[in-house]
Design a protein around this ligand. Structure first.
Ligand code: ZN
Length: 302
């Protein structure tokens, strides 16, 4: 009897060790259950919940529907999803907002602010941020977190916290809209897990994982220099030196160097330039008192 329970215990421990080993091995992506853990939500329920939340975001936020940009962002995102542990279908949408933000809702609904594309000068930086969001979904952080606190509807925050910036002001004025906070407040442990897995996904998709370091550093510098420019969502789990050092360590230890990586593509540069061109033509939504150069539009500036 005693030997059976010892064996059983040993089996559980070994299983745990294997699971941890697999998590370190990007060659095992897709064969490891990274979303395992106590969860009241079935995957179907999680997708339905995410869909409902995504509809609210789409109603309230200003979605950038430039077909070229949307198609491109979706393509980059789906390529990362194919190289991830995620088990749900994904959709990617672009929100017209200047603050640096990307977020994922339960069940694979990812939103990316135009501000992120402006900040990410190369495709691997952009991919690093998107891969991090995919990792939150793959590891089912939102529903596991909600399960842990055993509530889905008690603590709620206005959508404005989620969207931040000007879009947030608009959402606040629209009023009354709330997203359960439990789905969006990640623990420090969840953040580092999303960093850890996200780095592997971008590596598996062929990107230079150093792109993630580069966008992390930009985020960190920006949050120090101009706290308001980084969404408040980031401020609950700020990008800090530890996260950057951990990512560097991970690259050294578990992501064997390759001869060639994708750093950027000319398509990324084209799409970004197109966005910057549109952005410069947009009228500011709020008056500010900074002096600016007024440049008349000439006919070839289309
Ligand atoms: Zn995160």
């Amino acid at each position: 009897m005693r030997s059976i329970s010892t064996l059983l215990l040993l089996a559980i421990v070994t299983d745990g060790v294997w699971a941890e080993d697999k998590k370190k091995d990007p060659g095992q992506i897709g064969n490891r259950d990274v979303g395992k853990g106590v969860n009241f939500y079935s995957l179907e329920k999680e997708i339905a919940l995410g869909r409902q939340m995504a509809q609210e975001v789409q109603r309230e936020a200003k979605i950038n529907d430039d077909p070229i940009l949307s198609e491109y962002v979706n393509r980059v995102g789906q390529n990362l999803v194919r190289n991830s542990d995620a088990k749900v279908p994904f959709s990617f949408k672009v929100i017209e907002a200047d603050d640096l933000n990307a977020f994922a809702l339960p069940g694979g609904y990812v939103f990316v602010n135009t501000g992120l594309i402006v900040m990410a000068e190369e495709e691997d930086e952009f991919a690093g941020a998107v891969a991090h969001e995919i990792a939150h979904v793959a590891a089912r952080h939102m529903t596991r977190q909600a399960t842990k606190s055993q509530i889905a509807n008690i603590a709620t925050v206005p959508l404005s916290v989620l969207l931040g910036g000007w879009a947030g002001v608009a959402a606040r004025q629209a009023g009354g809209l709330a997203i359960p906070m439990t789905f969006l407040s990640f623990s420090r442990k969840d953040e580092s897990e999303a960093d850890y897995l996200g780095l592997q996904y971008m590596y598996a998709a062929g990107y230079d994982p150093n792109g993630a370091i580069s966008i992390f550093e930009k985020l960190e510098a920006l949050s120090r220099r101009k706290p308001g420019a980084v969404s408040r969502l980031f401020s609950t789990h700020p990008m800090d030196g530890d996260r950057i050092r951990n990512a560097e360590k991970e690259i050294q230890e578990i992501l064997p160097g390759r001869k060639e990586y994708v750093v950027s593509t000319s398509e990324y540069h084209d799409v970004r330039a197109r966005l910057l061109k549109f952005a410069s033509r947009r009228k500011p939504e709020e008056p500010d008192n900074r002096p600016r150069l007024i440049k008349p539009l000439t006919p070839h500036e289309n």
